[in-house]
Design a protein around this ligand. Sequence first.
Ligand SMILES: Cc1ncc(C[n+]2csc(CCOP(=O)(O)OP(=O)(O)O)c2C)c(N)n1
Length: 550
Amino acid sequence: MPSVSAHVAITLASHLDNVFGVMGNGNAYFLDALERQTDVRYTPVRHEAGAVVAADAHFRASGRIAAGTTTYGAGFTNTLTALAEAVQAHVPLILVVGDEPTSGPRPWDVDQIALASAVGARTYTVGRADAAATTAIAVEHALAYSVPTVLAIPYDVARLDAGPVPEAPQPQLPGPLAPHDEFGRTQVARLARALATAERPFLLAGRGAWLAGAGESLGELADAIGAVTASTALGRGVFPDGRFDLGVTGGFGADGAMELVRDADVAVVFGASLNQFTMRFGHLFSPETQLMQVDTAPAATHPHVGGFIRGDARLVADQLVSALRELRAEPSGWRESLDFQALTYRPEGDGIAADGRLDPRTVAKRIGELLPEERVVVSDGGHFIGWANMYWPVASPDRMIMVGTAFQSIGLGMPSVVGAALARPEATVVLTTGDGGGLMALADLESAVRVAGGRGMAVVWNDAAYGAEVNLYGLKGLSRSPMLIPEVDFAALASAVGAEGVAVRTLDDLDRLGSWAATPADARPFLLLDCRITHEVISPYQQEVIRVNS
Ligand SMILES: Cc1ncc(C[n+]2csc(CCOP(=O)(O)OP(=O)(O)O)c2C)c(N)n1
């Protein structure tokens, strides 16, 4: 007879294709059932944080839910940082964990429900009679609220016979939110009138717009009014027409582009939470700009917003396009008068900095030119995030994934490769990481190389320091030694797990990336570029943070 664990595994199998995890006492029976009784692919990772991160990156890269699994106690507590990140980034996933027996905690148990709750995740605990239904409810909860959800299997329940596995109902999910009442309709009509007469209209879109599938609709809206467009860091590439796009707003934005945004007379923001970085700490828009926000959040998310429409980005954009058609609105003509190449110009650096190490701007520019076009970039956190965000073009928001930035965590980069590689089998996955975050995530370098193989590569911005800390606190005069890292040979670490490592000390050393990219993925190894960069060149976004902090 199928066990409770088999009920969980078989029910999960009707909702997802990938589970990532580390095995232990608490999930042994679940993993056995998953392997023997389902077609789900199980991928081992080497640290439990990686199990959650891989499931998270899988969803961000594909929109398809995945699961992580760990044992109880220490296995579970190892996931907490990654779980907090998924909560804060609104990423649905299932975390299947062992838990204390129904008879009560043993000396090595902790209150896992309280721990998950403390980072914002709900736990569903399966029993002998309800394992399949509870599993289906957990999946529905994760998808409906876009949150990670813990599914706990008590230790003494895991192997009990549970009888035939019942058919699990498909999750019932809410439809897109439309502003269909009188208030909402009037607001949309009023915004359409404002856009029809705007002389310098500007549209900004974030990841919410991408999740709503609003790209094409926003493109039509931009054309109807002749708007200049831009996106947030997580929404890069959401507008289908790049010709009139300023790229990313905030500290990653080009100076000229950011100045132009302040010229807009009417600006509409779709599906972006307007955090302090996007808003350039309050300086993105001029106080003269009429700023409107369209979002599914219950209320406006920044004090500069002058008018808020609660609704799905695609539906509202479509409503605006029809309203503008009825008004016979003409495009403003503003964007045709602008030189986008000049506006989005970025300095490229001098190749080698004064200390003899590489200038990261020049390296980033060159790597951006050599990367395979069909790619998904996954990024860890740290000062270096500026380089990929400024110099590597992004075709769509699901191709630039930053697991860790919502919770401001470093050390989640390596296992992001695993989830993205399985979510996007057609793409090369490119990790961008610092040496500090890279060392923190090192356990899953092995997983990244094993899973992605020749479809994977990593760029390590090796400045022999926790660079962000040097910039924020070293420059203030705080003791530097806690901020420094001995120069680690990441190229050698890569070869230890079967990858090819290249120590990049000159721009010519990047030629290997060119020949690697020209080789078919199944005939090349995972490539790690260990870029020995200076920490003397500070990214403009970090300079902005330094200014604000002082
Ligand atoms: C888990 C965690 N620990 C510590 C920090 C504090 N922190 C933020 S950035 C940073 C430095 C990251 O160094 P590295 O990965 O080498 O990137 P760099 O800043 O040098 O580009 C640290 C330690 C954090 N954000 N998250």
